[in-house]
Ligand binder design. Sequence first.
Ligand code: CO
Length: 277
Amino acid sequence: MDQTTTIKQIVRGIPTQDGAGVKLTRIIGQPGLPRLDPFLMLDEFGSDKPQDYLAGFPEHPHRGFQTVTYMLAGKMEHRDSSGNTGIIETGGIQWMNAGKGIIHSEMPKQTEGLMRGLQLWVNLPSHEKMSEPNYQDIKADQVPVITDIAGLEVRVLVGEYNGISGPVKAQAVQPIFLDCRFSLGKSISVPCDIEQVFFVYCYEGQLNVGNQTLDKGQLAVLEPSIMLSVSGRANSQCIIVGGRPINEPIVQYGPFVMNTEDEIRQAVDDFRQGRLA
Ligand code: CO
């Protein structure tokens, strides 16, 4: 079988603002790539200017999907309306199932220095949209780092690589989320499920994927295959993310992602009436 990794599409994010005015780059969830089932959104935030991030993401609701926050540098404090609280620090990841509803804030826990991270929104199938909310808060030292190839470090956040499983427990779309850091020019091969959708996002340096170059800030959507391979130039970093498409209708109204207009009306109503969380 053909094992060549082929790029379907390359996109670069667009600068935007969210929360109370945090500057960020939206890579999935913008006109060039509105969605990539099961992924609804991918944002990168990163600045060493406090005025770009201090306003944070004050209290806001979510229903019907999961939010994944991966901190590359800095500290973010998370608080919800039920009293759950936690800090996501450099190298840590929070996988939050909003399910039937969460109202929370995500605020920088720093007043200076670099804050950098990624937030990915993962959709839920209809039968899990109204599930009980939960959090998986993973610290950097709980994430296995595989260094079987000199010059390449692979952090397994979710799913499996080389027989090592990431600490985030299996989720509806059977995700895989790897952070690959190439200190020397090296290649990584990842066995894939042909049913899964995969993307590679280069957040540092430059990669070769198939016969194309992927620069810093570019995301490649890959054609389905049984093995993907990515070559990183020296001092390059990327995430490789995959998941099973859900193939259901999506109706989205801001932070509510459901299957029908009626369910969206219900979500807005529940939020207004104080019944969401
Ligand atoms: Co949120």
